[in-house]
Design a protein around this ligand. Structure first.
Ligand code: AMP
Length: 173
């Protein structure tokens, strides 16, 4: 199953800037069976883990996160780029593999103590997940862990993730 999914992640060299090998998940999304298998495989290890909310990171984390929330039978909370959320927000600035950015969450999105699962498409340097984790901390949420579809092991993002908190990736390169 993993090999089939991996074959549907397309490498795009030098996007969005020279030197970045972009992992394009759109072929996987376009394949109904592969997408369904991907969501089922992402969900499997989190069943029985008392996850109470899935938090997806804009933009591609919304696609997997929303489907995963449905699969786990819990609600979905968006972590968005600056200026997109309409109500009161908390925000954090950070560095991506190829950009500076800011993530925001609605200040009332998660009640204190809610067990939240973070979701994104790709783990690269780990800056995005680190920032997302800090935002959830500031809301007083409890981190169940993080799930990503693709982990770029050479960028060592996992090293920035706290030992003892689960970080699960489906496909590793
Ligand atoms: P990072 O914060 O460096 O772990 O970067 C992860 C975030 O940037 C995720 O939201 C990804 O969607 C995106 N990203 C970073 N590097 C790549 C890449 N090589 N291919 C696809 N997406 C990437």
């Amino acid at each position: 199953m993993r090999a089939r999914l991996a074959a549907l992640v397309r490498d795009v060299p030098d996007f969005p800037r020279p030197g970045v090998l972009f992992k394009d998940i759109t072929p996987l999304l376009a394949d109904a069976r592969a997408f369904a298998e991907c969501i089922a495989a992402l969900a499997r290890p989190w069943r029985g883990q008392r996850v109470a909310a899935v938090c997806g990171i804009e933009a591609r984390g919304f696609i997997f996160g929303a489907a995963l929330a449905t699969a786990l039978g819990v609600g979905f909370v968006p972590l968005r780029k600056a200026g997109k959320l309409p109500s009161a927000t908390l925000g954090i600035d950070f560095e991506l593999e190829y950009a500076h950015t800011r993530l925001e969450i609605h200040a009332d999105a998660l009640a204190p103590g809610t067990r939240a699962l973070l979701v994104d498409d790709v783990l690269a340097t780990g800056g995005t997940l680190l920032a997302a984790r800090q935002l959830l901390d500031r809301l007083g949420a409890t981190l169940a862990g993080a799930a990503v579809v693709v982990e770029l092991e050479s960028l060592q993002g996992r090293a920035r993730w706290p030992a003892g908190v689960a970080l699960r990736s489906l496909l590793r390169y």
